[in-house]
Design a protein around this ligand. Structure first.
Ligand SMILES: [Zn+2]
Length: 424
């Protein structure tokens, strides 16, 4: 099989080339290659497959919202060849048995699925989960995501323990739960709308505290979905001091502001909440200057009935896998914040390296595993939530004109998405 006529982009830059793929590997990169099967990449970018460090696949326990199968299909359609599945399942991914079960279930998925392990038992923030046993099954990301590890003592113990686990990263959902009691960003709009708020400080206090703990223990801390200007400034200062911290941002946090909540539409309800214009600008600046290391979707499916409630009663979270790339292209590349190659770094090789995934985000050259996506950066399309692969439909992007779409996805040499359609 030959992927023909595209612009090949990876960590080494870009060049016009065809890519030959045989038995799961890239076997040749060159010009004028021909094959018995040819995949058209003209006008497109051929990139290492995208990697999403933060998705909720909801299985086991909440299959009415999503399954590993439907979520991995959404991922493949979005250009992703690997995702990290968050552990707030039911039961939670907090022990080796459930980690093994998720891995077994993911064998037939349309992308590689790597379960994250919980930091604490039941994600309750009290007692450490068996992180070592999960690590020996290949788990590298530990997080109680959805919940913050509130206790500084428990967080420090987790970091001290993780220090003995090669490649392990402790990832924090940074929201002080005694401050983050409301339903949207606390500010001018929450006052006008009469909706109780979640102040920026709820996030920043935990980010600052965990930078201090990362410095003290020497263990890397990764901040999930960074959303405020203050958090970006704290992480920037910590990195300047050589403290081992990394961060991610979600597309909705660089696309929407808290003003979106003025419609009272629960589709705009997320945790941490949509912030102000200044926060959005700071997140974009953080992505551009390397303070924020990766873009992660925080894909959070919810059944329609839990979103068709009042703003205050609705579940927080929105879908992201099938729109992340388009939002990156519209809000970051077209807006002049960064080049497409820099966007792909944030969505492919940087998250792959951070998550320790050697088979993803690799330089496109002879011998590497063929995990690839072919992106049309100029294609304009309109999102219809009914056409999404996800079981849920909770996205506020319905009817919105988007630019940039994944066209083909190749997973270990298998074409799992061809011309925007899943092949199985
Ligand atoms: Zn979270």
């Amino acid at each position: 099989m030959v992927i023909r006529g595209g612009l090949v982009v990876d960590i080494n830059g870009e060049r016009k080339a065809d890519v030959r793929v045989e038995v799961g590997k890239v076997t040749e990169v060159g010009t004028k290659l021909r094959g018995d099967r040819e995949i058209d990449a003209s006008g497109c970018v051929v990139s290492p497959g995208l990697v999403d460090m933060h998705v909720h696949l909801r299985e086991p326990g909440m299959e009415e919202a999503e399954t590993i199968e439907t979520g991995s299909r959404a991922a493949a359609l979005g250009g992703f060849t690997a995702v990290i599945a968050m552990p707030n399942t039911e039961p939670p991914q907090d022990d080796p048995i459930i980690i093994s079960a998720v891995k077994a279930r993911a064998q037939t998925a349309l992308c590689d699925v790597y379960p994250a392990g919980a930091i604490t038992k039941q994600r309750e923030g009290l007692e450490l989960a068996p992180m070592g046993e999960m690590h020996s099954l290949g788990v590298r990301i530990f997080t109680d995501d959805g919940a913050c590890v509130a206790s500084a003592g428990v967080m420090r113990s987790a970091l001290q323990y993780a220090r003995s686990l090669p490649g392990a990263i402790v990832a924090q959902h940074a929201e002080d739960e005694t401050l983050a009691t409301g339903h949207m960003h606390e500010g001018e709009w929450s006052s006008r709308l009469g909706i109780p708020g979640r102040p920026a400080e709820a996030e920043e206090i935990i980010v600052a505290r965990d930078c201090i703990l990362a410095a003290q223990t020497g263990t890397p801390v990764h901040f999930l979905h960074l959303s405020t200007a203050g958090s970006v400034a704290i992480v920037r200062a910590a990195k300047a001091q050589g403290i081992p911290v990394t961060a991610e941002a979600a597309p909705h946090h660089f696309t929407f502001t808290d003003e979106s909540c003025a419609t009272f539409d629960p589709l705009f309800k997320v945790n941490p909440p949509l912030r102000t214009k200044d926060d959005v600008a700071a997140v974009k600046a953080g992505l551009a200057d390397g303070t924020i290391d990766v873009i992660a979707s925080d894909h959070a499916p919810h059944p329609t009935e839990t979103k068709e409630r009042t703003f205050e009663e609705a579940s927080p979270g929105m879908l992201g896998l099938e729109t992340a790339l388009a939002l990156g292209i519209s809000e970051l590349v077209d807006a002049g914040v960064m080049t497409l190659t820099e966007l792909l770094a944030l969505m492919s090789w940087s998250p792959a390296r951070l998550s320790g995934l050697a088979d993803h985000g690799a330089t496109i050259e002879k011998g590497v595993t063929a995990n690839l996506c072919v992106i049309d950066p100029n294609l304009e399309w309109v999102l219809d939530p009914a056409n999404l692969a996800s079981r849920a439909q909770n996205t506020p992007m319905g009817g919105r004109k988007l630019k940039g779409k994944n066209r083909h996805t190749i997973l270990r040499g298998e074409v799992v998405v061809l011309d925007g359609q899943a092949t199985r």
